[in-house]
Design a protein around this ligand. Structure first.
Ligand code: PAF
Length: 286
């Protein structure tokens, strides 16, 4: 069922809660692909009722980012959700979420600002305010839907870590479930932004997963020095790739590492055809 108003979602949720049913929320910005479907499938397997939110959140985009051109495919998203047995697709307008006139600055809107340590690195370094926007909308969605579980993809590893931190620090009674990255057969991590790439751009984009896989195999062969592991990336990069960052940090705390260990995660952001792509890999399966 497609629902646009907060009031209507609340009514449904209220009746489910009265029946003692568990609720799973899959927050998305739409343009659904197999990665999102894997979250939905996990939610269906875990919960009695599943709500997918489909909202391109204006406050997590910077002024020079792709908010206007971000793919919006609501009709197709609703079909995919209905095939998966989703109970509600919640697709509010910006007015519905933030009020008439969209007063979207922190002069007039209460924001959730995650700690500087977590945002002053990786994606947060170039996307100023991005994680404030993410945490604000996610907490609003949590308050609207009041789910028992919420499902996020590991592809946005920094995002999941920050959301887990928010939930812990603010005592939000919701269990965060992190689901593995879904990839094309080629190794390219699925992303709504892959739609911007040409066929040759998609091939060039394989550099992200190749660099990460190579770092993991070097680590497994015994190279632990983070600088040496990062150096290996230069064998793969050429002038089609604009590397924004490549970091190896702790997979839970995001603390920098000098020496990689089994709790390390390697993360990369790189522009291909001016499309900003991200990917990551755990150096060990533990
Ligand atoms: O990962 C996303 O698609 C978005 O950041 C999220 C969590 C739906 C918040 O808008």
């Amino acid at each position: 069922m497609l629902v646009h108003s907060i009031e209507e979602v609340r009514e449904e949720v209220y009746s489910w809660k009265k029946e003692g049913l568990s609720i799973g929320l899959v927050p998305t910005m739409g343009a659904l692909h197999e990665g999102h479907l894997s979250l939905i499938k996990k939610a269906k397997a875990t919960c009695d009722k599943v709500i997918v939110s489909d909202f391109v959140n204006p406050i997590q985009f910077g002024p020079s980012e792709d908010f206007d051109k971000y793919p919006r495919t609501l009709e197709a998203d609703v079909k995919l959700c209905s095939n998966e047995g989703v109970d509600i697709v919640f697709a509010p307008s910006a007015n519905e979420m933030y009020g008439e006139g969209n007063r979207l600055s922190n002069d007039t809107l209460t924001y959730v600002c995650p700690p500087f340590f977590y945002v002053n690195k990786l994606c947060g370094k170039t996307r100023t305010g991005h994680f404030d926007g993410v945490c604000t909308v996610v907490l609003k969605l949590f308050n609207i839907v009041q789910p028992n579980y919420a499902f996020f993809g590991q592809k946005d590893a920094q995002q999941v870590i920050i959301i887990k931190k928010m939930v812990k620090d603010l005592n939000v009674p919701i269990k965060i479930i992190q689901c593995p990255i879904v990839r094309e057969e080629s190794g390219l991590a699925l992303s709504s932004r892959n739609k911007y790439l040409s066929e040759s751009g998609k091939k060039d984009a394989l550099v992200l997963s190749r660099i990460l896989n190579n770092i993991k195999s070097c680590y497994k062969k015994g190279i632990k020095d983070v600088s040496a592991l990062k150096e290996t990336a230069y064998d793969f990069l050429n002038d089609k790739h604009d590397l924004e960052y490549l970091e190896i940090v702790d997979r839970e705390s995001l603390e920098d590492k000098i020496t990689a260990d089994d709790n390390s995660i390697a993360l990369i952001a790189c522009r291909v055809e001016n499309v900003r792509l991200i990917d990551n890999i755990y150096l060990s399966e533990v």
